[in-house]
Ligand binder design. Structure first.
Ligand SMILES: N[C@H](CCC[C@H](N)C(=O)O)C(=O)O
Length: 321
């Protein structure tokens, strides 16, 4: 890991937050200029040489008439993605803490649509995560037709998983014991499996009873996290599709509990959980904000989830000045 370049650019204010230990650097890009290339995001995400976070969340002015903010999400590998459930709850708390709004029902535009955040008491936030997408091409997942459970070859193994999009792609396996689940071995192999052309978040779901479950998630672009909000939503959808869960489920993750509700196909998934604001900080951005010339001229796909390490030529994560 190269040492972070000494900053010569402007100071950037940020807030460190988390939802059940899924942690975020949150930036108000409305009140301050903000440009970060994927390589800079990776440096800041590093838990030894940088700030350390699973995702960077960016608050931008709305791009649609009936929306309060635009919500951009970057994984620790620098890839920009479509959804972050734990991040959405922290986003709602952040924009109120920073006095960017005093609304208690906040509509935000993500890369894949509009979600609604409802601020409750004591840092609790409920998010309408939208209607889950089950049609393979829209997930995206390679399959000749839609099924509740797919059989996927992984090396010389065969696994059964559900494929669901919550705006971002998820694969969900049902296991007997999450503590014994091969998250570290199978997670990365499925995250980058060819049947998930935009990669995927991989959930390992243990059913306790019809209204209680345990879950671990190997996240796309960040590895295993303490919690994954969109992953909990996808897991409950998978459990319901398999006839294993009822419509309201307490999901226990490593970092704590989320309550997920889904009334069935065509209905949105509702997620309720806590938020925490840990500290505020400032950093001096590197002065060199122009896109860096790289030896490899490989042009990567700039769609969410496609920005892998070797693709350095994405447009920097910028907000309109
Ligand atoms: N790694 C995810 C984004 C963050 C999702 C997670 N932190 C959540 O709470 O939903 C992806 O690449 O789609």
């Amino acid at each position: 890991m190269s040492q972070p370049r000494r900053g010569q650019g402007p100071m950037l204010s940020f807030t460190k937050m988390h939802g059940l230990g899924n942690d975020f650097m949150v930036v108000d890009a409305i009140s301050q200029p903000f440009r970060l290339r994927p390589d800079m995001i990776r440096e800041l995400a590093d838990r030894h040489f940088g700030i350390g976070f699973d995702q960077l969340l960016v608050v931008e002015p709305p791009g649609l008439p009936d929306v309060d903010f635009r919500y951009r999400i970057f994984n620790s590998d620098g890839s920009e993605v479509e959804q972050c459930g734990n991040g959405a709850r922290c986003f709602a708390r952040f924009v109120r803490d920073q006095r960017l709004t005093n609304k208690k029902v906040i509509r935000v535009q993500t890369a894949k649509g509009v979600i609604e955040l409802r601020v409750g008491r004591g840092g609790m936030v409920t998010v309408d995560m939208g209607v889950p997408e089950l049609n393979p091409p829209a997930i995206p997942f390679a399959a000749d037709r839609r099924k509740d459970v797919y059989t996927v070859e992984v090396g010389d193994e065969t696994v059964e998983l559900s494929a669901i999009s919550m705006g971002n792609p998820h694969g969900v396996l049902v296991v007997d014991d999450v503590d014994a689940a091969p998250v570290g071995e199978l997670g990365p192999r499925l995250e980058s499996h060819p049947r998930f052309p935009a990669r995927a978040n991989i959930g390992f779901l243990q059913i306790i009873d019809r209204s209680h479950a345990r879950l671990r998630v190997f996240e796309r672009g960040s590895g295993e996290t303490m919690a994954c909000g969109s992953g909990a939503c996808a897991a409950v959808v998978a459990g319901c599709l398999r006839g294993l869960l009822d419509s309201r489920v307490d999901v226990e993750l490593k970092g704590g509990h989320l309550v997920i509700e889904w009334q069935g196909e065509g209905a949105p998934v509702m997620m309720e959980g806590p938020t925490a604001s840990v500290f505020e900080g400032q950093l001096r951005l590197p002065g060199d904000q122009s896109p860096r010339r790289r030896k490899s001229t490989r042009q990567g796909d700039t769609r969410p989830g496609h920005n892998r390490q070797q693709n350095r030529h994405r447009q920097p994560a910028t907000s309109k000045p």
